[in-house]
Write a protein that binds this ligand. Structure first.
Ligand code: PMP
Length: 435
């Protein structure tokens, strides 16, 4: 079996110095049966090389941003150029205007944008801006959606149709959790009930318009229209968290997404962005309607700032990444590869009698070890974590790197090849035969 002694030694050492040995809990193998996470030392295209010199085909794509594959030459060049010109200014640059224009062209609902450093910051600030604009405090969100780790959006779902105020983390005051209402995804009556009860106090409804965080889940026909209509009738703002979805399925967001016949694209009031738009460097952005965005300092009373915000390196990498994604055919190729891979996995799982539901959305999909469709968080929770943990380790042994989470998507990149897909299907066939 694969030799990973150097990763094991580094993990033991990391545990001495870094809490849990990792700088984000999602990197730990706790959810897949434990053990040392693989320590990577190099990445190129679709491949990772670990500290023991094993090679892996990568479907993690760093949780989404690396859509062009690792070390893409065009992005690398842009970062080198930016570094040579001085890494951080604390002044405005022309690059920021270029990037803002690119985002506005692709996302027409953005009259004005502001760059920040992460998806967490982007989401956190849209909430502040919505509160400043509406002069209301409550937020409604959907169970299982993840919007970063700020207080307000780390509030969990209970089992009722709508739930108020159960923090999902220690360190969040009940008084803050009380400002958040959680309702199930793809369930308009639940949202309607919540708005009937709390609508007058609701500043915004926050949603992943296409879910990426309890699997990849499409809104059912009519759901997003209903969310936007009910929210606006209550005088609240619609915030789309497109941190995962922006530039994932096509060159744009769910707001202009017309690939599926049943999907009606709708413009929200505010949008949060991150991941792909930084080409792999830290970034976030938020934007929306002019009169709402004018709440933000220095124009308005809602404060938001950042030493690193809009830094030339992140912006340069982001522009370069978007340029790669403008090339003809890139999204169709990722879609074709994902379709071949998903079909191969389904056929192989069926052959071995392994229950498997795959939710594919263009070039990415989630795999659920269960026997029924996954359209909301309750259904997603039936995904068998124990089976996934074994599958994850069997794939890793064969040089296939997935996210160590039963909900996380597999991301195809512009660097994956047909050969990679064939190798992956063969590895999965072997893994399924041993589950
Ligand atoms: N929103 C969504 C939909 C996300 O998927 C994530 C990260 N997975 C975030 C927000 C938070 O982004 P970041 O990790 O850059 O803070």
């Amino acid at each position: 079996s694969m030799q990973r002694s150097r990763s094991e030694a580094l993990y033991a050492e990391a545990l001495q110095h870094i809490v849990g040995g990792v700088n984000s809990p999602s990197r730990s193998y706790k959810a897949v049966g434990g053990g040392a996470p693989v320590f990577m030392k190099r990445a190129e295209g679709a491949y990772f090389y670990d500290v023991d010199d094993n090679r892996y085909i990568d479907y993690l794509a760093a949780y989404g941003p690396i859509i062009t594959g690792h070390a893409h030459p065009h992005i690398t060049e842009a970062i080198v150029r930016a570094a040579q010109n001085g890494i951080l200014y604390g002044t405005p640059t022309e690059l920021e205007i270029q990037m803002a224009r690119m985002l506005k062209e692709a996302i027409p609902s953005l009259d004005k944008v502001r760059f920040v450093n992460s998806g967490t910051e982007a989401v956190m600030t849209t909430i502040r801006v919505a509160r400043a604009f509406t002069k209301r405090n409550k937020i409604i969100k959907f169970a299982g959606c993840y919007h970063g780790h700020s207080d307000l959006v780390l509030v969990a779902a209970g089992s009722g149709p709508s739930t108020l105020g159960i923090p999902d983390s220690a360190g969040i005051p009940t008084s803050i959790a009380q400002e958040v209402i959680t309702v199930p995804f793809n369930n308009l009556p639940a949202l309607q009930e919540a708005l009937e009860r709390w609508g007058d106090d609701t500043a915004a409804v926050m949603i992943e318009p296409i879910v990426g965080n309890f699997g990849m889940v499409m809104p059912e026909p009519g759901f997003l229209e209903g969310v936007c209509k009910l929210t606006r009738e209550a005088g609240a703002l619609v915030i789309y968290d497109e941190v995962i979805t922006a530039f994932r399925f096509h060159y744009g967001t769910s707001q202009t997404f017309n690939v599926f016949p049943d999907f009606k694209a709708i413009e929200p009031d505010l949008t949060a962005l991150g991941k792909i738009i930084g080409g792999g460097l830290p970034i976030g952005a938020y934007g929306g309607r002019k009169e709402i965005m004018e709440q933000v300092a220095p124009l308005g009373p809602a404060y938001q700032a950042g030493t690193m915000a809009g830094n030339p390196a992140s912006i340069s990498a982001g522009i370069a990444c978007l340029e790669v994604l403008q090339e003809a055919g890139v999204y169709d190729r990722m879609n074709d590869l994902a379709t071949t891979l998903a079909e191969g996995l389904r056929a192989s799982a069926a052959k071995h009698g392994v229950p498997l539901t795959i939710n594919q959305i263009r070039g990415s999909f989630s795999t659920h070890f269960c026997n029924h469709p996954v359209t909301n968080y309750d259904e997603a929770q039936d995904t068998d974590g124990e089976i996934f943990g074994r599958f994850f380790k069997l794939m890793l042994e064969q040089g296939i790197n997935l996210a160590p989470s039963k909900y996380e998507a597999w991301f195809l990149t512009t660097a994956h090849t047909k050969d990679d897909i064939e190798v992956t299907i063969a590895a999965a066939d072997h893994a399924f035969s041993r589950l």
